[in-house]
Design a protein around this ligand. Structure first.
Ligand code: DX5
Ligand code: ZN
Length: 214
């Protein structure tokens, strides 16, 4: 069954600990942490200290999405803060091989993300070295944007390329009860959801709907 990674970008930052606890209790499989540096994307969010602060509030994997120009500067601190999965962008300013090696040095799972305009073909050389591909279905930078349906073809393409290998395909941006069924059908393994879950009266109900349970 598809897993749900709830993005705390849509949470109330004044009470992140209890928000994370509530998401855990509501059935989130992973907690997705959107890190933005004000350079790779025009927004600024959380640093390693935030990951360290929320770590005691859940045992679920912390899925850290680095939307930053130079991930190598931050990877050691995010790893030590308690991240489980660290995802970097293929479009960042550094060499993927070096970033993959650095994340693995800390025994963390490695993800690579591609923006809407980046082709699936560009990620092929790295598939044997990573645990996860994060397909952006919005331009990274902000929560609450509309899902770009072009992402569906990319998910299906990736699933075909991955075959039986153990690489998960995660989709991020604009996932809600309307767009989730198509993502599941395309073969997505993990759905990231911020606004849809956090702004819903029932977080547990929203997570169930994303998973295709009524
Ligand atoms: C966008 C982030 C997403 C975003 C998802 O740059 O990577 O994780 O928070 O939020 P929603 O689900 O609201 O589109
Ligand atoms: Zn994200």
């Amino acid at each position: 069954m598809v897993q749900v990674a709830t993005s705390i970008l849509s949470a109330d930052f004044a009470k992140l600990g209890s928000e994370v606890k509530a998401l855990d209790k509501a059935g989130a499989d992973w907690i997705h942490v959107d890190v933005m540096d004000g350079c790779f994307v025009p927004n600024l969010t959380m640093g390693p200290m935030v990951v360290q602060s929320i770590r005691p509030y859940t045992k679920k994997p912390l899925d850290v999405h680095l939307m930053v120009k130079k991930p190598s500067v931050l990877i050691p601190a995010f790893a030590q803060a308690g991240s489980d999965i660290i995802t970097v962008h293929l479009e960042c300013a550094e060499k993927m091989e070096n970033l993959i090696a650095l994340i693995k040095k800390f025994h963390k799972k490695v993800g690579i993300s591609i923006k809407p305009k980046t082709k699936v073909a560009d990620i092929i050389p790295y598939l044997p070295m990573i645990d996860l591909v994060l397909v952006m279905s919005v331009e990274p930078g902000f929560g609450g944007q509309a899902f770009m349906p072009q992402a569906l073809k990319k998910i299906a393409e990736l699933k075909a390329l991955i075959g039986r290998k153990k690489v998960l395909v995660e989709v991020d941006g604009g996932v809600n009860d309307v767009t989730a069924p198509a993502c599941r059908l395309a073969g997505a393994d993990v759905l990231v959801a911020g606004n849809y879950v956090l702004k819903n009266k029932s977080k547990a109900g929203a997570i169930k709907k994303l998973k295709g349970k009524s």
